[in-house]
Design a protein around this ligand. Structure first.
Ligand code: ATP
Ligand code: MG
Length: 472
């Protein structure tokens, strides 16, 4: 790994000049330097100066383009502006200490070294000089470059101090280990185990941000296994912790649903980058523990886990401070429907079963199929192949049925208004009955998804219910 960083982007020259004029020693620090050395793309750059970060930001922005808009956070002594696709953040070097039961730090001005001391990991405590005489030189007081080379996450100071000062760093350690595929150094990890209870003082939003970054990584299971081993999982996500373990009875065990869920999640990352579909994978079997039963002569069953699991989704989302709108509804629907395509591969596929699934899944049918394919976790390659082929058949058949009947975004061919108008009635139970029966008839293939057939059926149903069209 090199110890010089090439600062080719013009932004560095401007900031270097602004620093020189203000008389503040200035450095690019943190994630940008780390990502530069790892040759990862990085659009967020943090600058630390020994002096006023706000003054530096204002000076630099003026030089780059006087029209740039600098946002100042006076209370924090930070300033921020965007330039093209770059996000630039400026802060004066700080010394920080925390009180035991609060995350509110007492902040004082400090040196670059003080500022590096308060960073979370050695690989995040690197600085690169923007000062004239040492331009481009790396300042690496904790051998962060070596840790980058060895793929190690380690705190710069005693980990008990670093984690106790800001317990979110425990989540960050696991998040970086997952994103970068690094190992958390032993002492650092032992300290996370010792301090895991401290995560309780952190706001749910910050915890969930880190969790989502873990979920969006290429191999999210790395993070969940570390969360479990560290003791954090049982605090931040007890339902998931409860998936772990295998029970044996009469010599029969069931699969460990924690590792199964992680494998589904890892499988899914190969076909989808969608955070919410990944959440659906995490939650698809979440209600297996309370629905588990041993049926003599048969084995373990988890009847109704998809129904109960989907019922849990809103409260889990609420607690996790995840969005309660369409994203939550989507996850709920995926959990609820996750067994349906599998059922279709097991039995003779009828058009009405396909229509029913299309009707219920709507536009999310492709996501549902991806989830189900990811749900195949048998180690037997032949079986995997066989199941995947069956899903291909289901996919083909769904396509045929959809082309014929257009049920994906089902709109009732006769509306409640039309029923009321035709029979001259007010809103009533009968309208619901008629609509439901027409929908069922379409799904069962008794009538086509078409206005004329539905209208005819409406008249028949009306007659049975003692209703007469008013125009006759
Ligand atoms: P990413 O942008 O991918 O999330 P990052 O390392 O840039 O990764 P940021 O949250 O942007 O993370 O923070 C920038 C830098 O600020 C970090 O590299 C680290 O030096 C420091 N930092 C951020 N959060 C903390 C924290 N909780 N404790 C200590 N240092 C932190
Ligand atoms: Mg960053």
């Amino acid at each position: 790994m090199q110890n010089k960083i090439s600062l080719t982007h013009p932004v560095f020259k401007f900031i270097s000049e602004a620093a020189e004029e203000s008389g503040f020693d200035t450095y690019a620090v943190g994630g940008f330097v780390r990502d530069q050395l790892l040759q990862r793309d990085c659009k967020d750059i943090d600058f630390v100066c020994v002096g006023s970060g706000i003054e530096l930001a204002e000076k630099a922005a003026k030089k780059i383009d006087p029209r740039l808009n600098v946002t100042v956070f006076k209370n924090f002594g930070t300033a921020h502006f965007k330039w093209n696709d770059l996000d630039l953040e400026f802060v004066g070097a700080r010394k920080e200490s925390y009180q035991r039961d609060s995350r509110k730090p007492i902040v004082e001005e400090g040196t670059l070294q003080d500022d590096q001391n308060r960073r979370d990991f050695t690989i995040n405590a690197l600085a690169v000089s923007l000062n004239k005489n040492t331009y481009g030189q790396l300042i690496d007081p904790f051998s962060g470059v070596e840790d980058l080379g060895n793929k190690i996450i380690r705190t710069p100071l005693d980990p008990d101090i670093t984690f106790s000062d800001d317990p979110l760093r425990m989540m960050r350690a696991i998040r970086f280990a997952t994103q970068l595929d690094f190992v958390i150094e032993k002492e650092t990890f032992e300290s996370i185990k010792r301090n895991c209870e401290r995560i309780k003082i952190i706001s749910q939003e910050r915890i969930t941000d880190e969790l989502n970054k873990i979920i969006l990584a290429k191999i999210p299971s790395i993070g969940f296994i570390l969360l479990e081993e560290s003791g954090l999982l049982k605090i931040i996500f007890p339902e998931m912790q409860n998936l772990k373990g295998v029970e044996n009875y009469e010599g029969k065990g069931h699969k460990d649903n924690f590792y199964h869920t992680l494998q589904v999640l890892d499988n899914l990352t190969k076909t989808s980058r969608d955070l919410w579909l990944r959440w659906a994978a995490i939650l698809h079997d979440i209600a297996k523990p309370p629905t588990k039963k041993f049926v003599p002569g048969h084995g373990w069953t988890f009847h109704g886990h998809e129904v109960l699991g989907s019922k849990w989704v809103p409260s889990i989302f609420r607690r996790m401070k995840l969005p309660m709108g369409p994203e939550m509804k989507f996850v709920q629907k995926m959990v609820f429907l996750h067994l349906r395509p599998i059922a279709l591969t097991k039995e003779e596929i009828t058009d009405s079963a396909l229509r029913r699934l299309l009707f219920e899944a709507g536009d999310d049918i492709e996501n549902l199929l991806m989830l189900c394919e990811a749900d195949i976790t048998t180690k037997n390659r032949e079986k995997v192949k066989r199941y995947l082929t069956k899903f291909e058949v289901v996919r083909e058949k769904l396509k045929e049925v959809e082309e014929k009947d257009q049920l994906r975004n089902f709109q009732p061919p006769v509306t409640g208004e039309l029923i009321m108008e035709t029979f001259g009635i007010k809103p009533s139970r009968e309208i619901g009955v008629i609509k439901e029966e027409i929908k069922e008839a379409i799904i069962e293939g008794k009538i086509k998804n078409d206005f004329n057939e539905a209208f005819g059926m409406m008249l028949e149903l009306g007659a049975k219910l003692g209703l007469k069209p008013i125009s006759e």
